[in-house]
Design a protein around this ligand. Structure first.
Ligand code: XMP
Length: 326
């Protein structure tokens, strides 16, 4: 019978057979798929694996630490961290158009990954070794979907760590190819990965970069990161993580409105909450969150974050709205 224990054993066996004693490289995004794929390969071939984490500075609060500290502690994996926050901020400076932002983030990501790759290849060669394999966290639904028209998935250009790189100088290792998302989570738990990674809701590759309506800068990112952390903490505290597929928190950086706080008039930005329920992200409905929870999130965000004087709730289904705002 088909248990997660069987899946782990079988995949570990397969990976060993495929990889032999070659070296392997794997990109980590902070998400569950790449983490579980990497952990399986680590279990199979240990030090032959080097993981690469490109920190683009567009992750949410705590996510870089989850990769750099908690994932490494749980797996013992060799990790190469590329701190590229400055590079992405510079490339995004003044850019407002959503598709242009997505393209820039995707392009810089590939470049940064390839630079890291070259450094690791050079190191391997210095030790007389070759890197022959690249791990990808492709899931069964991705395999099926890429055969046909993807519809809504193609409306916005998608960027994934899994989509790298195109010029196949590597053979692919895809240990999740036969698995669905819930099986991937179960395997991750079985491998002892941190709950924050295994249970993470979907988060787009371009990250907070496409949750700022307007151009991206360090100050805006900081503000959005705080608002997002408050909203997520309160959702979790209310025990509603499993009721909600995803809750993007969006900063309307180009919009300002008048408010009053203390004795003074303010002129600040709105934060949008976009909680949705969905089966597969192709369609979605807005989540009917309890008013008390919404009130707590709103109070905390407006009290704790300078520059935000309103919190608004997105009550649009998909279609016509997409889940993300950009
Ligand atoms: P939309 O906004 O199109 O999003 O309704 C559907 C789902 O896809 C996620 N999303 C992305 N995921 N790279 C990703 O890996 C991307 O570029 C990207 N854009 C959107 C979104 O968070 C939602 O779950």
């Amino acid at each position: 019978n088909w248990t997660t224990g069987n899946i782990v054993e079988e995949q570990v066996e397969r990976i060993r057979e495929q990889v032999g004693d070659s070296r392997v490289i794997c990109g980590l995004s902070g998400g569950v798929d790449s983490a579980v794929a990497a952990a399986l390969v680590q279990r199979a071939v240990g030090d032959q694996l080097t993981c690469v984490f490109v920190d683009h500075g567009l992750l949410r609060e705590g996510e870089a630490e989850q990769v750099e500290r908690d994932f490494v502690a749980a797996t013992g994996v060799n990790l190469y961290v590329a701190n590229e926050q400055k590079r992405f901020l510079e490339a995004l400076e003044g850019v407002e158009d959503p598709e242009t932002k997505r393209k820039i983030i995707g392009r810089e990501f590939i470049r940064a990954f390839e630079e890291a790759e070259r450094a690791i290849i050079a190191d391997a060669e210095a030790h007389g070794e070759k890197i022959r394999f690249l791990v990808q966290g492709t899931l069964y639904p991705d395999v099926v979907e890429s055969g046909g028209g993807e519809g809504a998935a193609n409306i916005k250009s998608h960027h994934n760590v899994g989509g790298l790189p195109e010029d196949l100088q590597f053979e692919l290792v895809e240990p999740l190819r036969t698995l669905f998302k819930d099986e991937v989570r179960a395997v991750g738990a079985q491998l002892g990965l941190p709950a924050e990674i295994v249970g993470r809701q979907p988060f787009p590759g371009p990250g907070l970069g496409i949750r700022i309506v307007g151009s991206v800068n360090a100050e805006r990112l900081e503000l959005l990161r705080k608002a997002d952390a408050i909203a997520r903490a309160e959702l979790t505290a209310a025990g509603l993580d499993n009721e909600v597929w995803q809750m993007p928190v969006v900063l309307l950086a180009d919009v300002r409105s008048v408010g009053v706080q203390g004795d003074g008039r303010t002129y600040g930005h709105p934060i949008v909450l976009r909680p949705v329920s969905s089966e597969d992200a192709m369609t979605a409905d807005w989540s009917r969150l309890p008013y008390e929870l919404l009130a707590r999130i709103s109070n905390r965000i407006t009290n704790e974050i300078d520059g935000v004087n309103r919190v608004v709730l997105d009550v649009t289904s998909k279609p016509p709205g997409t889940i993300e705002w950009e």
